[in-house]
Design a protein around this ligand. Structure first.
Ligand SMILES: Nc1ncnc2c1ncn2[C@@H]1O[C@H](COP(=O)(O)OP(=O)(O)OP(=O)(O)O)[C@@H](O)[C@H]1O
Ligand SMILES: [Mg+2]
Length: 243
């Protein structure tokens, strides 16, 4: 069995007294993609933010077997647990290159070498390295958010809806990059509302409803579940060209 990159047990996350995530457990094996799908408001972003240490989590979080529940956000980043937030949160008035350099602040000695590697993975970022982040297209902004996260040499990436608001062709390009990151050995927890696309590239899948996990299994098992088929996959016309 693969070692676990992340193990979350009995997680509850509250805003004030109201729980947004309740008694949720999940695992991410090293080198795999685990996806979390679920409707708006299910608690997906809340869970990712709590795993990253931004929100307090009741329960436990282990990172490669080590309990990190008391670690600060900064410690988690230094260990290689990196969140790419839903809103991409770039520094808009800074250039592409300045954003990348900020992402690599934990890697001072190798920062230029790492950046050259990222420019090879994302030639479009290299072309636009002097451009202000605020002027990038949606797809380019997501690439910059991913490139900036890569600057921190992540072991685990927490990705919150990387395809949000992007056109289908760009969605495909972004998800191809997610698969490339997996092939490089990064373990990925991928939150997506685009269930069809996420299940296609994931190894394991969890389905969240109202802060709870209602179904878990391999991506193939979850895709084949009749209820999931109906709610999350069924409303599309089947097998359009190239699908
Ligand atoms: N800062 C906050 N204060 C209070 N309640 C919040 C806060 N942020 C989120 N919530 C509530 O927590 C619940 C879960 O929200 P969350 O953003 O985690 O859902 P989500 O699954 O990521 O949804 P989406 O797919 O729309 O991004 C929602 O009911 C939301 O209103
Ligand atoms: Mg969200």
């Amino acid at each position: 069995m693969l070692p676990l990159a992340l193990q979350v047990r009995d997680a509850t996350v509250r805003y004030g007294v109201v729980p947004a995530v309740t008694n949720l457990s999940l695992e991410l094996a090293k080198g795999q993609i685990t996806t979390i799908i679920g409707a708006n408001g299910a608690g997906k972003s809340t869970l990712l933010n709590a795993i990253a240490g931004i929100l307090p989590l009741e329960g436990s979080v282990a990172f490669f077997g080590q309990d990190i529940g008391k670690h600060s956000v900064e410690q988690r980043v230094a260990d290689g647990l990196i969140l790419i937030p839903e809103r991409r949160e770039l520094f808009g008035s800074m250039t592409v290159e300045e954003n990348l350099l900020l992402g690599g602040y934990t890697q001072r000695a190798h920062i230029r070498t790492i950046m050259e590697g990222i420019y090879e993975d994302f030639p479009r970022l290299k072309e636009r390295r002097k451009q202000e982040a605020a002027t990038l297209s949606g797809g380019e902004r997501q690439m910059l958010a991913m490139g900036r996260a890569m600057m921190a040499k992540p072991k685990v990436l927490l990705m919150d809806e990387p395809s949000l608001g992007l056109a289908p062709l760009i969605v495909r390009e972004i998800l191809d990059i997610v698969v490339r990151l997996k092939d490089l050995g990064v373990s990925i927890l991928l939150v997506e509302q685009n269930a069809r696309a996420a299940l296609r590239i994931a190894d394991m899948a969890y389905v969240m409803e109202n802060g709870q996990c209602i179904l878990a299994g391999t991506a193939a098992e979850v895709s084949a579940n009749p209820r999931i088929e109906q709610i999350y996959l069924g409303h599309h016309t089947p097998a359009s060209a190239g699908d």
